[in-house]
Design a protein around this ligand. Structure first.
Ligand code: 1HN
Length: 351
């Protein structure tokens, strides 16, 4: 492009405006044409057996859960700066609690989910209801609900924490409150919420008007059984295998207002067709091994996965999943938030 004849004047103007609290829109690209010109996070995998577990186990010898408040390693996407985020809109961490420890009660505005990876005998209490956690269970800790964790078992216990911290941070309403004691009082017996709302029924005379599901623990055994039943007569979706979403039974929508969660089954040897979505997606395989091939044509990355690994697929990055053995994968995304804001899109294949 030819230099304008008033170039020197323009530069003097830019130097002047640079000293103010303004900037010219025409010299910046605030709204590029495609997510790939804007999204900085990259597809990435954290290996549980070789990386996450040994490093968090080491932290177990250095600091107690109580002293740390939460003994968590935050997963930092290599494409993003601090504060730690696994993807633009999502936080992920790996937490470990040791036998006899307590992670003291607190609450905060970010919504949290836990996906249980390994161990036996640990429990969490949410809104006064205690629940023992099993590998594969999906548990929610809604915004501003008291929660504490403990461990009556014998071996280290691990889970993945998924939070909407970057979304809350974008708006500003970040609040955190510790409970004055280690444990918040138990006000309901274990199993209460699942009995009230988890049997395709609801208590007559009770209304539920909160923006999250009244069920806070979704046991793996039930979700896995549903997938097993469906494989008998359902078609395999070429883009997802058989995939179910965890829902709030009072609305049919996502279990939490900002994050959507899923469990999917891929049979041995299954290869999904290429798919992309604006959703930021975090996967954790539960059963089986395979790989994900993610990236724009010519820039694809192959990430090999196995149970308890955690991998992240950014907004609008095309990807395919391959299962070497029968596999189940848990995932959480910002789909429901994007849908509420009218932003969500998907693309199956190239159309
Ligand atoms: C938190 O409160 C928990 O309650 C886990 O277990 C991870 C990461 C960032 C901020 C708060 C928990 C967290 C967290």
């Amino acid at each position: 492009m030819a230099e304008p004849e008033n170039q020197a004047e323009r530069e003097a103007y830019y130097a002047k405006i640079d000293k103010t609290d303004m900037s010219p829109l025409w010299t910046t690209t605030l709204v590029p044409p495609k997510p790939k010109d804007f999204v900085r996070s990259v597809p990435h995998l954290w290996d549980f057996d070789n990386e996450l577990c040994p490093l968090l186990t080491e932290a177990g010898g250095l600091i107690t859960a109580k002293e740390a408040n939460r003994r968590v390693l935050s997963l930092e996407n290599p494409g993003l700066d601090k504060p730690p985020r696994i993807l633009e809109s999502l936080y992920a961490g790996l937490q470990m609690i040791l036998p006899g420890e307590v992670a003291p009660a607190h609450m905060h505005t970010p919504s949290a989910l836990r996906f249980i990876l390994k161990g036996k005998g640990a429990w969490t209490a949410v809104s006064g209801e205690k629940s023992y956690m099993e590998p594969g269970d999906f548990i929610i800790t809604p915004s501003m609900t008291w929660h504490d964790h403990g461990h009556d078992g014998e071996d280290p216990f691990f889970w993945m924490d998924g939070l909407d911290i970057p979304m809350v941070a974008a708006f500003g309403p970040m609040f955190f409150e510790p409970y004055p004691e280690d444990r918040a009082p138990e006000s309901r017996p274990p199993g209460d919420s699942l009995a009230r709302y988890g049997a395709n029924m609801r208590p007559v005379g009770e209304t539920w008007d909160k923006p999250e599901s009244p069920i806070f623990s979704y046991p793996y055994a039930r979700s896995r059984e549903a997938l097993e039943e469906l494989r008998k007569n359902d078609e395999w979706d070429p883009y997802a295998g058989i995939k179910l979403e965890y829902i709030d039974p009072t609305t049919g929508g996502a279990a939490m207002p900002t994050m959507s969660t899923f469990l999917q089954l891929l049979p041995k040897g299954f290869k999904t067709e290429e798919y992309r979505t604006t959703e930021n997606t975090v996967y954790s395989p539960v059963e089986g091994t395979g790989r994900v091939i993610a990236g724009e044509p010519g820039e694809e990355k192959t990430l090999e996965w196995k149970p308890r690994d955690i991998f992240a697929i950014p907004c609008w990055v095309p990807y395919r999943l391959e299962a070497d053995t029968e596999a189940t994968l848990f995932s959480y995304t910002d789909r429901t938030a994007q849908q509420k804001l009218g932003l969500w899109r998907e693309m199956r294949g190239n159309a």
